[in-house]
Ligand binder design. Sequence first.
Ligand SMILES: Nc1ncnc2c1ncn2[C@@H]1O[C@H](COP(=O)(O)OP(=O)(O)OP(=O)(O)O)[C@@H](O)[C@H]1O
Length: 255
Amino acid sequence: MSEPVLQAINLHRTYGNTEVLKGVDLTVGKGEVKALLGPSGSGKSTILRLLALLEPADDGEILLNGKQLGVSVMSDGTTRPLRESHLARQRRDIGMVFQRFNLFAHLDVAHNVTLALTEVAGMSKADARQQAEAMLERVGMAHRLKHYPSELSGGQQQRVAIARALVMNPSVMLFDEPTSALDPELVGEVLDVMEQLADEGMTMVVVTHETRFARRVANEVSLFDSGRIVESGPPETFFDDPSHARTRQFLSHLH
Ligand SMILES: Nc1ncnc2c1ncn2[C@@H]1O[C@H](COP(=O)(O)OP(=O)(O)OP(=O)(O)O)[C@@H](O)[C@H]1O
């Protein structure tokens, strides 16, 4: 594997009495794509929310480019949760794309993409506009700068959401079932953009039910079940490995 960009070590998360993540280890190397499959409720969205620093783990560590996230390490080696302002800075380096596009309804396409650049990164409006246009060009949406989200198809909204995450120049992009809320005829345009990103060397973690995409684009595929990664492998062998009994069972429900 190439040098690790994102590492999760023994992540745990409990809601009430339900232990949703029971010790998850995950490593994504630079320029690699990791696909996570798994049944509904197995904890896939939870792991992505933790990796995106949207909520804290109860136990375990997350490292980005070798640096532990979400905590400050004291001189005696103990750790403390990071202050919100520092957390916000770390979040900028992690792009997240949700199942539902989560665009700001009251802002046009260009402003959806420039907002974080001007408000969070402190960039001038002119520079932000230039970067946003370049990023929207990359996802094939530069011709819709003045449109509002409600005037776009789901696939177009999702491509804008991808541009909005990319414009912060993150080290890694996390995708949480980015096509599962789309009409079938719109899935391809979003997967094409994601494949193009992968080809360009973006490091990605993708929760998806699109097994053909995972076969074609991922470097490693993992099956997530009941809060754990239970089976993993390169796509060439993962789907057809006779020892992957749980993957076979999962796939038989999917089709
Ligand atoms: N904030 C929360 N409070 C309480 N329970 C939660 C919370 N978030 C998730 N859960 C529970 O954790 C479990 C795992 O949820 P999660 O959304 O991570 O699964 P998933 O694998 O992404 O499922 P899906 O494919 O349906 O999105 C579910 O039982 C869910 O109800």
